[in-house]
Write a protein that binds this ligand. Structure first.
Ligand SMILES: [Zn+2]
Length: 162
């Protein structure tokens, strides 16, 4: 269970609850740890902290699995009560900062918050490293460009250190 009652946050000293997460998340097939501060500020709950882990990702080029070091900061604001009609469901507080409407829910699912944050932080293009030995000339950016002088390089394999 990773659900935290809003009431419990409000009852903490200064309305601040510290939450430590250290668990294997099946969705990422990795151990994820997070240090979070949940703060009750009037109508809002603010969650701040860091999320870390070493994720096993699959390289888009060579399809090998590689370790991806995840180290991100989160800063999310939730509205305790449904936002008024003049605001959209999710409105921008500052550039890139949205308020998430809890729609009257009495609790926040930390697991879900972490899951969403990690998903957003993952790179669009997952590449194992600059020495990825996949045939670079077949990667999608270069797929349509074919220079026969380059064919010689296709057979060169870069040795992996591990
Ligand atoms: Zn690769």
């Amino acid at each position: 269970m990773h659900k935290i009652l809003i009431e419990d946050i409000e009852q903490e000293v200064n309305g601040t609850l510290f939450y430590e997460f250290n668990e294997f998340m099946n969705e990422f097939n990795s151990e994820i740890s997070a240090d979070l501060t949940l703060k009750s500020l009037g109508q809002f709950i603010k969650i701040e902290g860091t999320i870390k882990g070493v994720l096993k990702l699959t390289c888009d080029r060579c399809l090998n699995e590689f370790d991806y070091n995840l180290d991100i900061e989160i800063n999310e604001t939730f509205a305790k009560y449904s936002l008024q009609d003049e605001y959209s469901q999710e409105f921008e507080l500052q550039k890139g900062q949205f308020i998430i409407d809890l729609n009257g829910e009495k609790e926040i699912d930390i697991y879900d918050v972490l899951y969403q944050s990690v998903i957003l932080a993952l790179p669009n293009k997952k590449v194992c490293g600059i020495n990825c030995n996949e045939d670079m000339f077949m990667s999608d950016e270069n797929y349509h460009v074919h220079d026969s002088r380059m064919d010689v390089f296709k057979n060169i394999k870069i040795e992996k250190k591990d």
